[in-house]
Design a protein around this ligand. Structure first.
Ligand SMILES: *[C@@H]1O[C@H](CO)[C@@H](O)[C@H](O)[C@H]1NC(C)=O
Ligand SMILES: *[C@@H]1O[C@H](CO)[C@@H](O)[C@H](O)[C@H]1NC(C)=O
Ligand SMILES: *[C@@H]1O[C@H](CO)[C@@H](O)[C@H](O)[C@H]1NC(C)=O
Length: 177
């Protein structure tokens, strides 16, 4: 009885060691760099960014403390408006600096392209919205970006004041498993 038991136990231990090894290599930290272009329309019938709340009696503008915006921007890999859409930038911005200079960004990048379809990245942070380059943190992710951490920069690539259309370049650096 006892002799019969030992080899089985060894087998179980050997298997456990093997699967722990497999887990370790699956959990190797990778670094991914992405460059995405947000196409933003802040006016007209096809808007992708709109103020939804603000302080009564004040204009609901980007530089007015307390103004909340909702956005759903198509994302592409090149600045061209008609380039294939690889995902969407969905979330909210709230002007959270009393002086109107900083906005709090809470956006999900929701991928729909072949490579990352169904995965998301979560962006959160204070954006010094009137600076040339705004850096915010990437706090998490789902799917292929589980446990993601990193940062993203935003810079205005194109701004058309006549139609309130702008293109923002977003560079993402994330570490994930
Ligand atoms: C809004 O989108 C519709 C449907 O795609 C399009 O026909 C129309 O020209 C767009 N309007 C403007 C002002 O861009
Ligand atoms: C992404 O996933 C959805 C749902 O599973 C599927 O309908 C769609 O065809 C996929 N898109 C690509 C580009 O693979
Ligand atoms: C974003 O990436 C592009 C292309 O790699 C580069 O030219 C640009 O300088 C980067 N922007 C920032 C703020 O790092």
């Amino acid at each position: 009885m006892a002799l019969n038991f030992i080899p089985k136990l060894l087998l179980v231990l050997a298997f456990a060691a093997f699967s722990a090894g497999a887990r370790r290599s699956e959990l190797e930290l990778k670094e991914t760099h992405l460059s995405l272009f947000f196409h933003d329309i802040a006016s007209g019938p096809n808007f992708t960014l709109i103020p939804v709340a603000g302080i009564a009696g004040k204009l609901w503008t980007f530089d007015q403390f307390g103004t909340a915006f909702v956005t759903d921007d198509p994302l592409t890999e090149t600045p061209d408006r008609s380039a294939p859409i690889v995902g969407r930038g969905q979330g909210i911005y709230v002007t959270s600096g009393l002086d109107g200079r900083n906005t709090h960004v809470l956006i999900s990048i929701v991928f729909t392209n072949k490579k990352y379809n169904g995965s998301t990245l979560e962006i959160q942070g204070t954006s010094k919205q009137f600076e040339k380059v705004r850096e915010v943190s990437v706090v998490s992710g789902t799917g292929q970006f589980r446990f993601a951490r990193g940062y993203a920069t935003f810079e205005t690539y194109l701004w058309d004041p006549a139609t309130f259309y702008s293109v923002e370049r977003c560079n993402v650096t994330v570490q994930h498993y």
